[in-house]
Design a protein around this ligand. Structure first.
Ligand code: PBG
Length: 344
C-alpha cells in the first residue's frame, strides 16, 4: 500500500528558507549586475557585411532581410563612412553579379574590375583605415550557384582551389585586408597563403570559414546575391553536416596548420557549442557569422511585433561572446554599434 508523499514545508514570509547562498543577491540592482557581468559586447567585436550591386546612387531593399539593402558602390562608400563614425573595425563585401556576367566557371571572380574590387578601391581611397574583408568562393559568379567548378554534377576540389587562389590574388591586388575563403574546398587555405606570400602579400590576413555547415539559414543571403533561384542541388558535398562537432575541430585544425590567421564558425546561433569547442581547443582568434537567416528571424519577428527586436539583437550578439567568439559578422552591426554608442 502506498503511503502519502511527505508534505513540503511551505515557505511563508514568516518562515524564511534557511539559505546561506542566495544567487539573487548579486542581481538585486543594475549596479551590481554590471559589477558581476562576465562578458561584454563592444563595437570592436563587429564585422559588417555589405551587398554591392552595379549602378549609381541606389539602395535596393533585400525583401528577406528587412533593413538590409543592396548598395551601389558609391553607397557602399557611404556605409563605410557610417562604419568609421560608429567605430566598426571591419566591413565584409559581397557582390550581386549581373546574371549576364555569370557563367559555368565564375570567370567574373577573376575580373580585377569586378564589383568587389571596385568597392574595395573606392572604400580604401576615402577610408584607408577601415578593415576590408572579401569572401573567396565562386557562388556569386557562377550560373549554377555553387562555390566551385562542376563536372558531371560533382564539385571539383583541386581545380576549384586553383581558381580560388587567383580570386584571392585579384582581391589582394585591389587592396583587400582579409581574405576569407568560404568555399570549404580541401587545401585552399594553404594554397592561398602560399600564393599571397609569393606575390608580396605577406601582410594580407586569412580568416577561414573553417567550420561552415550546409545550412538552411543561408537562404536570404542567396536572395541578396541572386543565387537562390539558380542554385542547383545543395552544398552538402563540401559544407559540413549539421550533426557533426568533432569534424569541426579537424577542419579548424587543418586551416590553422595551413596558415589561417583567424578562424570562423558559421552559422552562429545553432552552432554556439562549436564556437566554444573551437575557442577552448585552439585559443585562436575565433569568429562567428550570424548569418542571413538568423538576422531575418530576429528582424522579421521584431517587425511583426512578436519580439523586442533591439533586445533580441543584443542578446544574440552577447551570446556569441559568451560562447567564446572574439568577433561577430552580423548584419546588425550598425544598429548594435549605434545602441552601444547611445549607452556610452
Ligand atoms: C558563399 C557564402 C555564403 C554565405 C557567406 N558566403 C552562402 C553559401 O555558402 O551558400 C552565407 C552568409 C549568410 O547567409 O549571411 N560561399
Amino acid at each position: 500500500e502506498m503511503r502519502d508523499a511527505p508534505r513540503r514545508q511551505t515557505a511563508l514570509a514568516s518562515t524564511p528558507l534557511d539559505l546561506i547562498i542566495r544567487p539573487r543577491r548579486n542581481r538585486k540592482a543594475e549596479w551590481t549586475r554590471r559589477l558581476v557581468r562576465e562578458n561584454v559586447l563592444t563595437t570592436d567585436d563587429l564585422i559588417w557585411p555589405l551587398f554591392v550591386v552595379d549602378g549609381t546612387n541606389t539602395r535596393t531593399p533585400v525583401a528577406s532581410m528587412p533593413g538590409v539593402d543592396r548598395l551601389t558602390v558609391d553607397q557602399a562608400v557611404r556605409d563605410a563612412e557610417r562604419a568609421m563614425k560608429l567605430n566598426i573595425p571591419c566591413i565584409a563585401l559581397f557582390p550581386y553579379t549581373e546574371p549576364s556576367l555569370r557563367d559555368e566557371t565564375g570567370s567574373e571572380a577573376l575580373n580585377p574590375n569586378n564589383l568587389v574590387c571596385q568597392s574595395v578601391r573606392a572604400i580604401k581611397k576615402e577610408f584607408p583605415e577601415i578593415g576590408l574583408l572579401c569572401d573567396v568562393a565562386l557562388d556569386p559568379f557562377t550560373s549554377h550557384g555553387h562555390d566551385g567548378l562542376i563536372e558531371d554534377g560533382r564539385i571539383l576540389n583541386d581545380e576549384t582551389v586553383a581558381v580560388l587562389v587567383q580570386q584571392a590574388l585579384v582581391q589582394a591586388e585591389a587592396g583587400c585586408d582579409v581574405i576569407a575563403p568560404s568555399d570549404m574546398m580541401d587545401g585552399r587555405i594553404g594554397a592561398i597563403r602560399e600564393a599571397l606570400d609569393d606575390n608580396g602579400f605577406v601582410d594580407v590576413q586569412i580568416m577561414s570559414y573553417a567550420a561552415k555547415y550546409a545550412s538552411a539559414f543561408y537562404g536570404p543571403f542567396r536572395d541578396a546575391i541572386g543565387s537562390a533561384k539558380t542554385l542547383t542541388g545543395d552544398k552538402r558535398t563540401y559544407q559540413m553536416d549539421s550533426a557533426n562537432s568533432d569534424e569541426a575541430l579537424r577542419e579548424v585544425e587543418l586551416d590553422i596548420a595551413e596558415g589561417a590567421d583567424m578562424v570562423m564558425v558559421k552559422p552562429g546561433m545553432p552552432y554556439l557549442d562549436i564556437v566554444r569547442r573551437v575557442k577552448d581547443t585552439f585559443a585562436m582568434p575565433t569568429f562567428v557569422y550570424q548569418v542571413s537567416g538568423e538576422y531575418a528571424m530576429i528582424a522579421g519577428a521584431a517587425n511583426n511585433g512578436w519580439i523586442d527586436g533591439e533586445r533580441a539583437m543584443m542578446e544574440s550578439l552577447l551570446g556569441f561572446k559568451r560562447a567564446g567568439a572574439d568577433g561577430i559578422l552580423t548584419y546588425f552591426a550598425p544598429k548594435a554599434a549605434e545602441k552601444l554608442k547611445a549607452e556610452g
